[in-house]
Design a protein around this ligand. Structure first.
Ligand code: PLP
Length: 393
């Protein structure tokens, strides 16, 4: 049967990472993969997480199976983190622990296929590289809508124009904050207009929030989600703890369904649990137990997360200042307004390849760079290289 397998190309991001690792130049810069890096180029384990793991090593008494929905206390904390401690919508939420943000997206894809098999899911262009494959694997039809910067936020008129074919029950996937790969986030007015559009056209938003805390702050970054939940009867949400708790390889996240009424919750939960049960049975307990202790030490967690966000903001500002001084085209100054770790450099694939071959600066051919991959000491070199490449179309 193996001869029937499709021949797949290597994953573009991981393929480029292998190329980076093989590059012998000591000054090379990895701006490829979407992980936070500190000034030493490391992706650190948060101190608050290390302390939690030490405590668990002492106290965790059993590795016995856990409930299908995962850790109930973690699910409750994540629901509050996403909707707000005092939200009146908390009682409408069904939340299940998942295998990272990816697991949440796939579970919700399968859930949509079960509940509304004919739904199209609309994803952003440009967008997260894995959205389309995940939802196509769930058997859904996937179409794109444009995600472009406007004077204040995103071009909502263009979006609404391109969603002319969307049908009631279709799903609109929106990045909750820190759009990957563009860094362009909606303004508060944009969120209000998106919510009203979804209400009028009976679309169901799926808010993918993988970088909560990397934009303006933990609670600030859920403002868009809150606006949708306040306005609409049904909202789906996938959330990841990979970035904001640094639990990347421990695979922690949630899928949340904010249902039209409380009595729909039990049925929704059973279906989500069954989807998990027939795939991996139950999500990993260890990462959820760590997260529970992190929630208990919230002040320390927030302080560490603030330091991460401030470092990325500093690098972003310094890069823009240096590019300005080096005479790079004005289009690069749009990066100043972007949120989170990513931006798309206004460079062609050929120019991005030159950045790699001539300067050892590795970003994707699409222009995506991870700003957190820069080190303060390299900013001047990086800006010179980018300005040079930009001057040669
Ligand atoms: C927009 C977006 N959604 C989801 C994910 C998946 O997150 P996780 O690593 O927790 O599976 C990512 C990861 O890069 C992402 O950028």
């Amino acid at each position: 049967m193996l001869h029937l397998l499709p021949t797949l190309l290597p994953d573009p991001i991981w393929g480029l990472t292998a190329e980076f690792q093989a590059d012998p130049r000591p000054e090379k810069l990895d701006l490829i993969v979407g992980v936070y890096r500190d000034e030493n180029g490391q992706t650190p384990t948060l101190d608050v997480v290390k302390a939690a793991e030490c405590q668990l090593a002492e106290t965790a008494a059993t590795k016995a199976y856990r409930p299908l929905a995962g850790n109930a206390s973690f699910n409750a904390s994540m629901t509050r983190l996403l909707l707000g401690d005092t939200s009146t919508e908390l009682e409408r939420a069904a939340t299940i622990q998942t295998v990272g943000g990816t697991g949440a997206l796939r579970l919700l894809g399968d859930f949509i296929k079960l509940a509304q098999p004919a739904a199209t899911i609309w994803t952003t262009d440009p967008g997260y590289i894995n959205h389309r494959p995940i939802f196509e694997t769930s058997g859904l039809r996937v179409r794109d809508y444009p995600w472009r910067q406007s004077a204040e936020g995103i071009d909502v008129d263009l979006i609404f124009h391109c969603l002319a074919d969307a049908r009631p029950g279709d799903v609109l996937l929106i990045h909750g904050c820190c759009h990957n790969p563009s860094g362009i986030d909606p303004s508060a007015e944009d969120w209000t207009e998106i919510a009203a559009f979804c209400a009028k056209r009976e679309l169901v938003p799926l808010v993918d929030i993988a970088y909560q805390g990397f934009g303006d702050g933990l609670s600030e970054d859920t403002a868009g989600l809150h606006r949708l939940v306040e306005t609409l009867p049904l909202v789906l949400c996938s959330a990841s703890c990979s970035k904001n708790m640094g639990l990347y390889c421990d695979r922690l996240g949630v899928a949340m369904v904010v249902a039209p009424e409380e009595r729909a919750i039990a049925k929704t939960m059973r279906n989500l649990e069954n989807l998990g049960r027939t795939n991996y049975s139950m999500p990993p307990e260890h990462s959820a137990a760590v997260a529970n202790l992190v929630f208990n030490a919230k002040a320390q967690w927030v302080a560490e997360l603030d330091a991460i966000r401030n470092r990325v903001s500093y690098l972003r500002k310094e890069l823009c200042d240096t590019l300005e001084r080096q005479g790079a085209p004005a289009s690069f100054q749009a990066l100043r307004r972007h949120k989170g770790m990513f931006s798309l450099l206004p460079l062609s694939p050929t120019q991005m390849q030159r950045l790699r071959s001539e300067y050892g600066i590795y970003g994707s051919d699409t222009g995506r760079v991870n700003i957190a991959g820069l080190r303060a000491a390299d900013l001047s070199m990086a800006a010179t290289a980018i300005a040079d490449v930009a001057a040669r179309p």
